[in-house]
Ligand binder design. Sequence first.
Ligand SMILES: [Zn+2]
Length: 109
Amino acid sequence: MEPTTSSWTDSACPSWCARAHRLNDHPEDRRHQGPAQLVTLSIGSTPPTDTKDAMSVDIVIHADRPDGSAGEWLRIESTESTDVRLALTAPATRELIRALHIVLEQISR
Ligand SMILES: [Zn+2]
């Protein structure tokens, strides 16, 4: 889908924007969004009891930036429920990946 601009946009779409914009977009929809990355994850309740209790959840991950904002978000959301709802800044995402990598290494020894 070719990114477009309309009168409500304060600036041109970022290079990663894949969302079509319309003049009558609802104010909450006036945001730039990157292509979706779809993954299916096994998640558990908190605290989890046993890995056999994990449930499979379809997750969408995409870049997001409200129109007029200077910063990007990485949104991580379950597609058919509100089980997973997370919005991270790029620096927070890098820090989370770093910490996850450390913990994964600990349990992989
Ligand atoms: Zn855009």
